[in-house]
Design a protein around this ligand. Structure first.
Ligand code: PGA
Length: 261
């Protein structure tokens, strides 16, 4: 049993439309109305943030509104980008930083991810720092060095106070959207090493408190086994977060791990 409250995020990526994002939000809120002992966030595409916020508010839901990305500058001539203040204005509470699709498809560096994460924390928001190795990196024995580099780089200059608003999501790139999931033992080993690294950077107390989610083809059929691992504190869910009938059981599987401290 864990002392850390499990946390599950639904990353909708570039999916849904005006109708289906609202249907999905209503379905998730209604499906999790009685769910306790778990934090939940949904990450709709930018154009649907306000509509999803209205649904969460109308139903007095504790589900957090999340954004999939942000630009680190406060305002100005950055065509197409969105600032932390704009996100706050739309009711966003938590922002993904360094998702593997942004690193590998959009070419974001550790330094850029760090700038985003610090902007998010400086704005008083929560951040989820995503890290993970590619299949080549894993096959070449570089899993831990890559994840350590991304954690160190992503958290550079983060203060001891700010780390309490950070969650880490370990998402092996080869497991995202592929149907391949890390075994609970493989994921646990990486999570434990990340927690050790956090202890070295921020102290033992911060390491024991920080939540480390697993992401990559999490489904209702594998969620419970993954979440049983001591250092896996929930999940960041892509494909399965688009279906109420899959996301809700995944959240419930995470919730069942928690015991009130
Ligand atoms: P997936 O995506 O669950 O579709 O593998 C996870 C993620 O990218 O956050």
């Amino acid at each position: 049993m864990s002392q850390r409250k499990p946390y599950v995020g639904g990353n909708w990526k570039m999916n849904t439309n005006r109708t289906t994002s609202a249907d999905l939000a209503r379905g998730v809120v209604d499906g999790l109305r009685d769910a306790a002992h778990v934090d939940v966030a949904v990450f709709p595409p930018f154009p649907y943030l306000l509509a999803v916020r209205a649904i969460l508010r109308d139903r007095s839901s504790s589900i957090k509104l999340g954004a999939q990305d942000v630009y680190p500058k406060p305002d100005g001539a950055f065509t197409g980008e969105v600032s932390t203040e704009m996100l706050k204005d739309c009711g966003v509470e938590v922002v993904l930083c360094g998702h593997s699709e942004r690193r590998h498809v959009l070419g974001e560096s550790d330094a850029h991810v760090n700038a985003k994460l610090r902007a998010v924390l400086d704005a008083g928001l929560e951040a989820i720092l995503c890290v993970g190795e590619t299949l080549d990196e894993r096959n070449n024995g570089h899993t831990d060095p890559v994840n350590q580099r991304q954690v160190r780089g992503g958290l550079a200059d983060v203060t001891g106070d700010q780390i309490s608003r950070v969650t880490i999501a370990y998402e092996p790139v080869w497991a995202i959207g592929t149907g391949k999931t890390a075994t609970p033992a493989d994921a646990q080993a990486v999570h434990a090493n990340i927690r050790k690294l956090i202890a070295g950077m921020f102290g033992q107390d911060a390491a024991e408190r920080i939540r480390i989610m697993y992401g990559g083809s999490v489904k209702p059929s594998n969620a419970a086994d993954l979440f049983l691992s001591p250092d896996i504190d929930g999940g960041l869910i892509g494909g399965a977060s688009l279906k109420v009938g899959e996301f809700v059981p995944i959240v419930r599987a995470a919730a069942s791990k928690y015991t009130t401290p």
